[in-house]
Design a protein. Structure first.
Length: 48
């Protein structure tokens, strides 16, 4: 099934989303969690 969102993929997206938002708002942002297509990961579940 192509395009299927897994927890691992969302885990990899968290730092990228933080980097994009930090650059946009000019502050160092850290998200507590990220949800994509109903898949949620918490900050403590991610490396970095």
């Amino acid at each position: 099934m192509e395009g299927f969102i897994t927890e691992d993929k969302v885990r990899k997206l968290l730092p990228l989303v933080e980097k994009i938002l930090s650059k946009k708002y000019g502050r160092n942002l850290k998200l507590k969690n990220l949800t994509v297509c109903g898949v949620t990961v918490q900050r403590k579940d991610c490396a970095s």
